[in-house]
Design a protein around this ligand. Structure first.
Ligand code: SF4
Ligand code: SF4
Length: 409
């Protein structure tokens, strides 16, 4: 979105949740559970009584899903619509009929009905800012190193394109984190990613640094690993002490002979008391920079594309946050030029410009899109192209003698 009224965007939603005491999560599936987790873990700031709405007979018979009660769709007809709002937690394909069904009952989209991503990515940050004077981010990641022992064809960090790697020392990481938490009050999910973070020699120090200084500003603190590098005992101890959850990517279907190593990593983490979430997916979505070309689009079309894409992720690096994390990775990989306006400098934030930071994280910028939108197939909402998980490419030597090279076009 292009800034039209900087620091004052979304004025029409500023009071949207005022006076409302009940929130209904329409759909008790994966998306509903994600929103329920936000409500539960941020309960200190969010005052609503929450329930699921779902017609699944098993869920209704159980009476609860996770920690929330479940009511049937028909029961919504009896709720006080002035004091309630509904968050539609359905997939894109179901969204229209769900909103229409609510409309028939007298609810109004944009007034007391919102989609789950609009609620999580826009309304909640607005609510935190307006009611608690807090800068809240739904998520943010940071990369201490781009180095990786794998070279995946569909890497969303564009590792196969990197000509040189960046590794930040702990002092540089501290500077960025201090700048971030000097202006951001709460981040729901904060991830250390890569590259492969287990290859970063200062990972234990980094986890300690964050845990000791900023634990109260982070609801979920995670490290994402590719499941092929054994963590040291020191790393495991710092993960446990700082309540870091390890997201363990499972690439065993693609990486022959890695089953033993994966099990060894999992056992070591669990033995040392580290919280682990195994992550196996059937396919990756494909940003397809080699075959995507929207360079003929007008700026207004690119703006629309950026908005429809709705990529929810951003990264922290060098005391700046990115508008779209994939655009930043593409920039580092040399796929697009560095454009200063696509990043928010955290060092110059004043009381007056805090609202602009909130808006930037919601997707606002001077231009309304990022250059990489011209070469990117987009995030899941607009992109159904997939690529096999973790298919390895041969590494090439580049002209500087480094080990990585650009794949042939
Ligand atoms: S494991 Fe693969 S996808 Fe992950 S950073 Fe390394 S090359 Fe990229
Ligand atoms: S189209 Fe690609 S570059 Fe543009 S916002 Fe979406 S993910 Fe980012």
């Amino acid at each position: 979105m292009k800034w039209a009224n900087k620091g004052n965007e979304f004025a029409r939603y500023r009071h949207a949740l005022d006076g409302r005491t009940n929130i209904y999560l329409y759909g008790a599936g994966i998306l509903g559970l994600e929103v329920a987790e936000i409500l539960e873990r941020c309960a200190a700031w969010l005052p609503w009584n929450a329930s699921f709405v779902d017609n699944d007979p098993e869920k209704l018979a159980a009476g609860r899903v996770a920690s929330l009660p479940v009511i049937a769709h028909a029961a919504l007809a009896r709720v006080d619509r002035r004091k309630s709002f509904v968050v539609v937690c359905g997939r894109e394909s179901n969204m229209v009929w769900m909103i229409e069904a609510l409309d028939v009952m007298g609810f109004e989209f944009g007034k007391n009905v919102f989609t789950h991503d609009f609620f999580a990515l826009k309304l909640l940050p607005l609510y935190f800012f307006r009611h608690h004077n807090m800068v809240y981010f739904s998520s943010l990641s940071t990369l201490p190193t781009t180095r990786c022992n794998l070279n995946c064809r569909g890497c969303l960090n564009f590792n196969p394109y990197l000509r040189t790697h960046a590794t930040y020392d702990i002092a540089a990481m501290r500077d960025s984190l201090d700048a971030l938490f000097g202006v951001v009050d709460l981040i729901f999910r904060f991830q250390i990613t890569g590259g492969e973070p287990f290859l970063y020699p200062g990972l234990g120090d980094l986890a300690n640094l964050i845990g000791e200084n900023y634990a109260e500003r982070i609801v979920k603190f995670e490290v994402v690993t590719n499941g092929t590098v054994l963590p040291t005992d020191e790393m495991c101890a710092t993960f446990k002490n700082n309540k870091v959850r390890v997201i363990l990517d499972d690439y065993r279907n693609s990486l022959e002979g890695h089953d033993g190593r994966y099990r060894e990593i999992l056992e070591r983490l669990l033995d040392r008391g580290v919280s682990v979430q195994e992550n196996r997916v059937d396919a990756w979505f494909d940003l397809a920079p080699e075959t995507t070309d929207h360079s003929a689009c007008r700026p207004e079309q690119l703006e629309t594309r950026f908005d429809r894409c709705g990529c929810p992720y951003a990264s922290l690096e060098n005391k700046r946050i990115s508008s779209c994390n994939y655009a930043w990775y593409a920039c580092k990989a040399g796929l697009v030029e560095y454009i200063p306006g696509e990043y928010f400098d955290l060092t110059g934030v004043t009381d007056e410009s805090r609202a602009e930071l909130v808006e930037f994280r919601m997707g606002f910028s001077e231009k309304g899109y990022v250059e990489f939108c011209k070469r990117c197939a987009g995030y899941r909402r607009i992109n159904h192209g997939v690529i096999d998980v973790a298919v390895q490419m041969p590494r090439k030597r580049n002209e500087h003698g480094g080990e990585e090279g650009k794949p042939p076009r």
